[in-house]
Design a protein around this ligand. Structure first.
Ligand SMILES: [Zn+2]
Length: 98
């Protein structure tokens, strides 16, 4: 008897990012912390991946996640680390900064 019913416990449908702005992945949280340390400069997704220790595509996914959550913004310019002109992620400027 092959009762390998592949346990269809269907029900957990995560990834609803819209109405849960606080739900950031561990990688996204790490990236946010990293970007906050270099707030003035910003970093491209490649440098973010290197510094946080994740693959580039994972860095891109998490950057997108942070942008969706309005935690960071992406601008086209020179990366503060590798100096290449590309899409750079950076945190919003703190309101207290003159
Ligand atoms: Zn870079």
């Amino acid at each position: 008897m092959m009762s390998a019913a592949a346990g269809a416990v269907g029900g957990v449908v995560g990834r609803e990012g819209r109405c849960a702005p606080q739900m950031l992945s561990d990688t996204a949280v790490a990236i946010l912390a990293f970007l906050q340390t270099i707030a003035a400069a910003g970093a491209c997704e490649e440098c973010v991946g290197v510094y946080v220790g994740v693959a580039r595509h994972e860095a891109i996914d998490s950057i997108r996640e942070l942008v969706d959550a309005s935690r960071i913004l992406c601008i086209y310019g020179a990366c503060g680390l590798c100096r290449q002109r590309r899409l750079v992620a950076r945190v919003w400027r703190p309101a207290s900064a003159a």
